[in-house]
Write a protein that binds this ligand. Structure first.
Ligand code: DQA
Length: 147
């Protein structure tokens, strides 16, 4: 089971970025915890962070060819703006789980809309770094169910 973990714009700043909203863990720390859980669940994680929408689109588009079984995606601000990411998710026909550290539904109204949620299997938001760990457990269960 090979899972692609993608993080979008500004998430490289986690740790110092608005800790009251996003917590004090760094992205490297979160990825490390996700990889530890993945080892327990006997799956492999490859992770990328990009501030560039087109890079995220390309990584999603090539995920099937690169042997991934599913994608965990924190598209960050592109969640609320990107038709290109939505189309990439629709096109790849792999299960994608949308994650957010913060509860976007409880924040500014422009964060209430997700362009990608309708083409994802589900959304996990509001649990800080645990959103990622819950997403991995959900992906693991989903892929086992579909075996
Ligand atoms: C975020 C929520 C988005 O609204 C925001 O633009 C981010 C981070 C989160 O993980 O809570 O950059 O995706």
């Amino acid at each position: 089971m090979k899972i692609l973990l993608l993080n979008g714009p500004n998430l490289q700043l986690l740790g110092s970025r608005e800790p009251g909203i996003y917590g004090s863990d760094t992205l490297a720390g979160i990825v490390c915890e996700v990889k530890n859980l993945a080892a327990e669940l006997q799956c492999t994680i490859e992770d990328h962070q990009s501030n560039v929408e087109g890079e995220l689109v390309s990584l999603i588009g090539s995920a099937r060819l690169n042997g991934f079984d599913g994608i965990i995606l924190n598209a960050a601000a592109y969640t609320h703006t990107s038709v290109a990411l939505r189309d990439a998710i629709s096109a790849v026909s792999l299960p994608v789980i949308e994650v957010h550290l913060s509860n976007t539904a409880a924040r500014e109204s422009f964060r209430h809309q997700s362009f990608i949620a309708p083409v994802c299997c589900g959304v996990i938001a509001g649990f800080g770094k645990d959103s990622y760990l819950l997403a991995l457990r959900a992906m693991h269960a989903l892929l086992n169910r579909n075996k």
